[in-house]
Design a protein around this ligand. Sequence first.
Ligand SMILES: Nc1ncnc2c1ncn2[C@@H]1O[C@H](COP(=O)(O)OP(=O)(O)OP(=O)(O)O)[C@@H](O)[C@H]1O
Ligand SMILES: [Mg+2]
Length: 330
Amino acid sequence: MSHHIIEYDNVCHAYPDGTEALRGVTFTITHGESVGIVGANGSGKTTILLHSNGHLLADSGEVSIGHTPITAKNRREIRKRVGIVFQDPDDQLFMPRVLDDVAFGPLNLGLGGAEAQTRAMNALSRVGAAHLANRHPHNLSGGQKRAVAIASVIAMEPDILIMDEPASNLDPKARRRLIELLNGFEHTKIIASHDLDLILDVCDRCIIIGDGVVRADGPAIDILTSRELLEANNLELPLSMQREAGRRAKGDATMDDMSKLAHRISHWLEHNEEHAGTYSEWAGKAREMGKPELAGVLDEIAAETRKISGLFGKALTLAKVAGHDNSHGH
Ligand SMILES: Nc1ncnc2c1ncn2[C@@H]1O[C@H](COP(=O)(O)OP(=O)(O)OP(=O)(O)O)[C@@H](O)[C@H]1O
Ligand SMILES: [Mg+2]
């Protein structure tokens, strides 16, 4: 599915007041990748994301989606496939009723009224905001607005999901729900955030932006555990890593490989559990559709997958014990 590839080739952008926000940004994101974009305030994250569906156009250089360069002419088409949740939900919500706001995108895609409303209600349920359907968006709290803005984008079922600071204003439960939603979204996703723990939970890859250029690009676990690299870019270790580092001897704050492995294993474990849940869910659906044999096989797959969770659990314990031994060896 190469049409999901996103390519930034030496993208430069200055705002009308002359501020040079992007000074040659280059990276390629392939289908199915989940990529975190991090960087200090004003580093250029939002400006980068706004180039991904033609909200902003490059002054020089090029942004392509599936090898098609984005232009003023094709950006309407591009927007059907690339959905952006804006940093400020007020930029996203403009209808007098939440449900109409969320149904707006699907209607624009050409769906009928009833179908668009069903999609909108489903999207609202997924972000835990179904009860807000009849409210006026502008009367909602910050976190409620954020949830509705996210629903309005997922209702369009984009191939590529882009979120700018999606977790800000969310309470812990809503944040957890967002992380699960993002982990359940199998297509390409790009998330800009100061919540580095969220990036670590959701993204396999991480790009650091500083002063309008790419400062680092690599596996999230490597980038987000490198104190030096983060501090050089006015960032800090994710909280979960700070706790980890606090447990270690002073002066030896960067994680060793064993701790990285432990973190990876817990990530795999979480994914595995989610997969097992999905298999069971579909087993249930297959049964309802009158396909008991298929349902049986899916149940079996779910059971086997849960067994693997047991193995991941064992590996996690061993890695943690090994990490503990290491830290005492220093
Ligand atoms: N509309 C605008 N007009 C002029 N300059 C702008 C505009 N929007 C952003 N900038 C400038 O462009 C640069 C990059 O801003 P951008 O919003 O992309 O940063 P960011 O990394 O998303 O920051 P934050 O973490 O605060 O969201 C900054 O110097 C900012 O002041
Ligand atoms: Mg921003």
